[in-house]
Design a protein around this ligand. Structure first.
Ligand code: AMP
Ligand code: ZN
Length: 462
């Protein structure tokens, strides 16, 4: 039974989607005004883990991640750099997709851009207007939160002291500043605008997610994800806009991930601890190690990114990869059944059970390492049959469909293999000078030879 912690109900709940075999997920995506930082990637890796796990459990997935390419931040930074909004956001949108590939984050089904859905947003605002949930002031349209009874249910904000009719125009504001929020902003000098039934202007940030999620997934989504910082006001406002318009529940399970901090402190440019993915790659960390690190702490726990944890993640990835490579290269001549599969199966069951429990990744990974440990013992004891080897590889592949860290070794070119064979011959005939010369030649071609009990093994130099 799959259980998730639903931030709306503030408890663990059994997960069952609306449709039996399909899960509809919406994840708040990037605001493309800069390179995404590793905190952002923590939240995208969390939604990647969620999606991969549900796929593994046999669900089909319809997953939407929006690209916010118009809002206060994108407009102001584009202005500062003297670029058009489109030219400015294109660069960071491309960088974002590039980074997703680097981190082996699976492509989702839809990546709608806000600027391509202005009509949908205006239609949604019209619906809210017809339900008398809005008012216009100085050419901008606001959501009247006092008319939406459930306002505050997600974030638990207290509406008690709120002055009726006080408004906020900024996309981002704090809990102690609860006000009617803007749906459509009247045109300001020098800002990009669209000409609509509400005159010239642009959408507020919050309406973007309501319009785009419901366009692709319908009025009710199974799961909505984002970082905890988005609970108020963004997600509270999304609920008001969506349920206000449709009268139906907007989201069945709200999943929020805790923040990432660096060496115990909040990331900030002034503290010099603000990292993009590119910064970390420059420091020499591999993409898989970064992926592993961002994945390996339960999503509702704060993740402390430290040099020590990055090193530990690097070692863990190497261990799993080496194990996979070793098993692939096994040539077992044992034919006797030692019950290896029966002894290994419980680890996989455990891995699965832990993830079913609100994606409890740490004990799930511990089961994987137990699996590796026990298999290594079987290898040393030569208890593995060809069939067991197949089972072990299949199990690892299944697990890696969720983790996404294994890499297939690049195949070794024929000419290098020929040199390796030639060197083996030289060694057999005790011509060690020749053997060494060939080894150096192999290194020049970018490979190293490791001599193991099972014979020579070739590896690409990283
Ligand atoms: P933004 O581009 O600022 O709209 O944020 C994109 C996503 O990253 C949102 O889901 C945020 O909640 C999330 N996020 C922002 N900062 C952090 C952080 N330090 N740790 C984890 N997630 C974050
Ligand atoms: Zn959003």
């Amino acid at each position: 039974m799959i259980k998730f912690y639903n931030s709306l109900k503030k408890k663990l709940e059994k997960f069952s989607p609306i449709e039996e075999k399909r899960v509809k997920i919406y994840s708040c995506g990037p605001t493309v005004y800069d390179y995404a930082h590793i905190g952002n990637f923590r939240s995208y890796i969390f939604s990647d883990l969620l999606r991969r796990f549900l796929k593994y459990k046999g669900y089909k997935i319809s997953h939407v991640m929006n690209i916010t390419d118009v809002d206060d931040k994108t407009i102001h930074k584009a202005q500062r750099e003297g670029k058009s909004l489109q030219q400015f956001t294109k660069e960071y949108t491309e960088a974002f997709f590039h980074d997703l590939r680097t981190l082996n984050i699976e492509e989702v089904e839809f990546y709608p851009r806000a600027t391509e859905h202005i009509d949908d947003m205006v239609r949604l605002i019209k619906k809210l207007e017809r339900k008398e949930l809005t008012y216009i002031s100085e050419g901008s349209v606001y959501f009247n939160i006092s008319r939406f009874r459930k306002y505050g249910n997600l974030s638990g904000v207290d509406l008690g002291g709120m002055k009726k009719g006080s408004r906020v125009d900024h996309d981002e504001y704090k809990k102690d500043d609860i006000k009617d929020f803007v749906l459509w902003k009247a045109k300001k000098q020098g800002e990009p605008f669209w000409n609509t039934v509400y005159g010239e202007g642009r959408p507020g940030w919050h309406i973007e997610c309501s319009a785009m999620s419901m366009k692709y997934l319908g009025p009710t989504l199974d799961i909505h994800t984002g970082g905890v910082d988005l609970i108020f006001p963004h997600h509270e406002n999304e609920i008001a806009q969506s349920e206000g318009a449709t009268g139906k529940p907007f989201v069945r399970y709200w999943l929020h991930c805790a923040h990432l901090i660096v060496e115990g402190e909040k990331m900030s440019k002034s503290k010099n601890n603000f990292f993009t993915l590119r910064d970390l790659l420059k420091k020499g960390y591999t993409p898989r190690a970064i992926r592993y690190l961002l994945l390996s702490v339960h999503y509702r726990k704060q993740l402390n990114f430290t040099e020590k944890s990055a090193k530990a993640a690097t070692a863990a990835v190497l261990k799993i990869q080496n194990f996979y490579d070793t098993v692939k290269e096994l040539r077992p001549d044992n034919k006797k059944n030692h019950g290896v599969q029966n002894k290994l199966r419980p680890f996989l069951i455990n891995f699965d059970r832990e993830l079913e429990n609100d994606l409890n990744i740490s004990p799930a990974l511990a089961s994987l390492f137990d699996f590796i440990h026990m298999t290594n013992r079987f290898i040393i004891e030569q208890k593995i049959t060809e069939k067991d080897k197949g089972f072990i590889l299949k199990t690892l592949k299944r697990i890696d469909n969720i983790l996404g860290i294994l890499q297939e070794k690049e195949s070794v070119p024929e000419e290098v293999l020929a040199l390796v064979n030639e060197r083996e011959e030289a060694r057999k005939s005790k011509d060690f000078k020749k053997a060494d010369r060939i080894r150096d030649e192999v290194i020049k071609k970018g490979f190293v030879i490791e001599d193991t009990k099972e014979g020579a093994r070739v590896k690409k130099i990283e």
